[in-house]
Ligand binder design. Sequence first.
Ligand code: PGA
Length: 240
Amino acid sequence: MKWIVCKDYQEMSRRAAEMVAQCLREDPNGLYSFPGGDTPLGFVREFVGLVNSGKADIRRASYVSLDEWVGLSSQDSGSCGYFNRQELLDALRVPFAHVHLIDGAAEDIEKERQALDTFIHQYGPLTVSVLGIGLNGHLGFNEEGSSFEGGAQVIPLSSTTKKVMGKYFDRERILTHGITQGIGQIMEAKTVILLANGEHKADIIRRALKGEVTPLVPASILQRHPNAYCILDEAAALEL
Ligand code: PGA
């Protein structure tokens, strides 16, 4: 995995958006996937700016969300789908050709898991997978111990994720599982972009980028991806 150290969050966000725009120029019919959360907010806003100013063309491209809290849909504030709608899909002046947002509130979550696999199978494999990294090294909701292979998964939330999840919601939520693209699908992406900012991510970034490749640190598998970039700010790069 190559890494690109940026002076701050703004530069990290801009570099990532420019990289995705370049991939779109090379692969305008591809399948693109972004995460939700704090880390990607600047990146998504930069990306929307590029699309809305005509510098990136998404009209033939497809989009799929990375993950979702089981129990929540895109109507629920704090959900990944809500973030995707508010910050990305509703902000774009032109739409993607095909979009799949995971519905974590679906009555039949197994069917929803299969629907995610079906969409990725139909429009994929992913052209670009943009990812954040959890403090435990998770990718999407692929928590510690997740398989490096395979498609969409429904996974119990780790204690680390449960500890930090309160920051996403304005009221207490009892959530136990996540539904997520599998690491196998992420590894099939032509380009992977891992974003990280802030000193609190420095330790896990060192373990993911320079440590042993192990399911105990899911992001460490990206060391074996042929075209993976970690774009991070100086604080997150402190231990590299
Ligand atoms: P964060 O989450 O952007 O809120 O730090 C990253 C992640 O858990 O993937």
